[in-house]
Design a protein around this ligand. Structure first.
Ligand code: PNS
Length: 160
């Protein structure tokens, strides 16, 4: 059984992430979406629990996708779950450079782990959670970039 982990901070989950999850769910028997801590992103806009909830609502349509929180090393999480594949979405060369480094670090920690890169679909190439947070701060509509659960959460919240 092929088990893949799709890690990220997902603050918030975007349609670009959803596209990678959908495609990964077709490639592997099971996909574990892992909500993690990115030490470079100091102050998240959404709590970990809220991010988990929004992702769970958004992936309910995929029977082989599960979502979990983890605040340790990614490689440790993968080993704990019996996963041998890490899935990363790559939008551009900046992503690629960083992801190559992380792939090598993760393989150094756990040599049986393989990182698989999925190229971002063209329609999501220019978008990121960072852009989503920026647009949220300025009250811009986001329906075309985020799943319905996130759009609904934004409607309900007055302050960020
Ligand atoms: O969505 P992001 O913020 O680009 O995801 C980055 C993330 C969370 C996947 C990365 O920071 C990470 O793997 N953090 C967990 C700690 C870890 O395992 N670090 C070693 C790999 S470089």
């Amino acid at each position: 059984m092929s088990i893949a982990v799709y890690p990220g901070s997902f603050d918030p989950i975007t349609l670009g992430h959803m596209d990678i999850i959908r495609r990964a769910s077709q490639c592997f028997d099971k996909v574990l979406v892992c909500v993690m801590v990115n030490c470079d992103k100091k102050q998240p806009m959404f709590s970990r629990e809220k991010r988990l909830e929004l992702i769970q609502k958004s992936v309910a349509q995929f029977p082989n996708v599960e979502v979990e929180l983890w605040d340790g090393l990614l490689a440790d999480y993968a080993v704990k779950c019996g996963a041998s594949i890490l899935v990363k979405g790559v939008r551009n060369m900046t992503d690629f450079d960083l992801e190559m480094q992380m792939a090598r670090i993760n393989k150094g920690i756990s040599p049986t782990l393989e990182t698989v890169f999925l190229p971002a679909s063209a329609e999501y190439e220019h978008f990121s959670s960072t852009m989503a947070r920026e647009m949220i701060r300025y009250g811009q509509p986001l329906e075309q970039y985020v799943p319905a659960a996130v759009a609904a959460e934004l409607k309900d919240r007055k302050e960020f």
